[in-house]
Design a protein around this ligand. Structure first.
Ligand code: G4F
Length: 326
């Protein structure tokens, strides 16, 4: 039986990946932060059988102990402060967790491997946010990074550190440059879920207004359930490498609003949606569009879920949730 250690296991991707690994027969350990993390019950409900190990990406001894306890064949580093807007308010903390946290995991693996470099396979959750002010359209694995937020800068550090450890020590360390990926497990702070939950509440008469920042931002949005397959496939390859994971389609925040409101039978969303400058960012990433040809040809990965299907899935899930919860 293979063993995997997943940091950030209580997040959206952590839940999907843990479930996927358990379904494949892995023994899965979730590395979870906090004294009484309120998200642990959701992980245990949705991925029964996962074993919880407590620790923090900024506390390297706790990572070393987690590796000792789990004896993993594969380590997936999904843990991060992942909300871009918040990273301006906590640039130091974001650098420590999202950036230096990667180094802490890489070093802990290097220690555990000793002379047997490459024995533990490592996945780093890199991000399309690293492309920031895009220097090429669409973005590929070799597009110049130009991050526009402390979060993007921290992710670029982790990305390059992963490549550096692979090249310096022969570690089996791969990076998935994942474009935005969403699901009903997405946090309410991100624009997709903020919209789908508000639309569900508006249609049920529980909310009357939705305040948003930049309506014109464009992203390449995919389904998180499809994207965790790519993470796993990367670690099944003989050679470690970097891969863009994306749909190759770009949509705007307005498109999200159109599809979400249409799903509940509201054609004209103008009367509910207000632009609020407090949600604008100090530096915006105007558009992101990924080219996942390498993941398709080398990993045999392809996305299964289209944009409209994804948004409707999220609206339906929120409708069900708020119909019960009120
Ligand atoms: O949903 P978002 O907050 O996601 P963002 O900033 O693109 O970051 C997400 O994707 C990255 C991959 O590229 C991940 F690495 C990262 O961890 C995260 O998962 O915002 C998307 C867009 C932005 O342009 C934002 O300015 O939507 C725009 N937006 C407009 N109004 C809003 C709002 N975003 C949020 N969160 N809230 C708003 O009211």
């Amino acid at each position: 039986m293979k063993r995997a250690l997943v940091t950030g296991a209580t997040g959206q991707d952590g839940i999907y990946l843990t479930r996927l690994l358990l379904d494949k027969g892995y023994e899965v350990y979730g590395f979870v932060r906090g004294q009484s993390n309120p998200r642990i019950p959701a992980l245990l409900d949705n991925a029964p059988g996962v074993k919880i190990l407590k620790g923090d990406l900024t506390d390297q001894p706790s990572i070393i102990r987690a590796i000792e306890a789990s004896q993993p064949d594969e380590v997936y580093n999904l843990g991060a402060i992942s909300y871009v807007a918040y990273s301006w308010e906590t640039a130091h903390l974001t650098s420590d967790v999202t950036g230096k946290g990667v180094l802490n995991v890489l070093e802990a693996i290097r220690l555990a491997e000793g002379k047997d470099s490459g024995r533990i396979r490592f996945y780093q959750a890199s991000s399309s946010e690293m492309f920031g002010k895009v220097q090429q359209i669409p973005q590929t694995e070799s597009t110049l990074l130009w991050p526009r937020s402390p979060y993007g800068v921290a992710k670029a550090f982790g990305h390059h550190m992963t490549i550096n450890y692979r090249e310096s020590y022969g570690m089996h360390a791969s990076s998935g440059i994942l474009f935005n990926h969403e699901s009903p497990f997405r946090g309410q702070e991100f624009v997709t879920r903020k919209i789908t939950s508000a639309v569900a509440r508006i249609s049920l008469g529980l909310q009357h207004e939705l305040r948003l920042g930049n309506f014109d931002a464009q992203r390449d949005w995919g389904f998180a359930g499809d994207y965790v397959q790519a993470m796993w496939l990367m670690l099944q390859q003989d050679e470690p490498d970097d891969y863009v994971v994306a749909t190759g389609e770009m949509h705007s925040v307005r498109d999200l609003l159109d599809i979400s409101f249409a799903r509940v039978g509201i054609d004209n969303w103008d009367r509910y949606v207000v632009q609020d400058s407090s949600f604008l960012r100090p530096a915006e990433v105007d558009q992101l569009l990924g080219d996942a040809s390498k993941a398709q040809s080398v990993l045999g990965w392809k996305r299964e879920t289209g944009f409209q299907e994804l948004v409707e899935m999220m609206v339906d899930s929120d409708l069900q949730f708020y119909s019960v919860k009120g």
